[in-house]
Design a protein around this ligand. Structure first.
Ligand code: ADP
Ligand code: MG
Length: 258
């Protein structure tokens, strides 16, 4: 790394330690105050697991970071820059912020390989050959290289979800958001997806993971964020959180799932 320059403009600013910063974020759905004064800072390379009861606002939180949802007030910055509102800038932001959903959301009429090359070509302006080389390497990394020429419906759920991870990684995201990535999977396929995520965490990817997989939280998370009723109720290391939750809401939640 070269030295820090304070005179450069925002475009080529040196990387900030804090990659994702939400400050005093509020969001309503009609009368429902779904995100309430959310302050959350995610450092580069940090793995944050978000847990909490259904309806507490976890998915909405993820979606605001990717600007799939707008916010009513407060600010969100990625790598020191506010979220763009529209156009090419927004497409680039979406590529910088990889997202993996519960439902795999692959393009059904494209092959696995095409699913992983498309964004590289359209958004990152990669040429086809380079995009395919990179896609094959990523498919190999997530263990589905042999499925490259198949269509999503020909793959198991676990394989499809690993393709979805490879597709997001193909954009060289700065941060990866996972919203209950294993919730729709048959039990025997959960681990193959969690293992890919574990490896990603070990490789230093900045990750926000909404999950009910407490084993993953214990082994991969730097920090657990517990949400209830649109608020961050508690933040702690996994060791602290699981052995000594402070709030009654967290104690109650943990007593139901552990
Ligand atoms: P979680 O992911 O923690 O289960 P969500 O963020 O999905 O919670 O939802 C939080 C609350 O916001 C829920 O009460 C949900 O019904 C409501 N909600 C989510 N999306 C919308 C929407 N597009 N319109 C209206 N209400 C919504
Ligand atoms: Mg959700």
């Amino acid at each position: 790394m070269s030295g820090v320059s304070v005179t450069k403009d925002a475009e080529d600013a040196v990387p900030t330690a804090d990659l994702v910063v939400l400050s005093n974020v509020n969001k309503h759905f009609g009368a429902l105050h779904v995100l309430q004064d959310i302050d959350l800072t995610i450092a580069r390379g940090e793995v944050v697991v978000v847990i909490g009861p259904s309806g507490s606002g976890k998915s909405t939180l993820c979606r605001t970071i990717n600007r799939l949802e707008t916010v009513d007030s407060g600010s969100i910055t990625i790598d020191g820059k506010p979220l763009p509102h529209e156009g090419k800038e927004l497409a680039r932001l979406r590529a910088d912020v990889g997202m993996v959903f519960q439902s795999f959301n692959l393009f059904a009429h494209k092959t696995v390989l095409e699913n992983v090359t498309l964004g590289q070509i359209k958004v990152r302006k990669a040429d086809k050959k380079a995009a395919e080389t990179k896609a094959r390497a990523l498919l190999d990394r997530v263990g589905v290289a042999a499925q490259a020429d198949k269509y999503p419906a020909q793959l198991s759920g676990g394989q499809q979800q690993r393709v979805a991870i490879a597709r997001a990684l193909a954009m060289d995201p700065k941060v990866m958001l996972f919203d209950e990535p294993t919730s729709a999977l048959d039990p025997e396929m959960i681990n193959e997806v969690l293992e890919v995520m574990q490896q990603l965490a070990r490789d230093g990817m900045t990750m926000v993971v909404v999950t009910h997989e407490m084993g993953f939280a214990r082994s991969a998370a730097n920090r657990v964020v517990f949400m209830a009723d649109g608020k961050i109720v508690e933040e702690a290391t996994p060791e602290e959180f699981f052995s000594n939750p402070r709030s009654d809401r967290a104690k109650d939640f943990l007593s139901k799932i552990l």
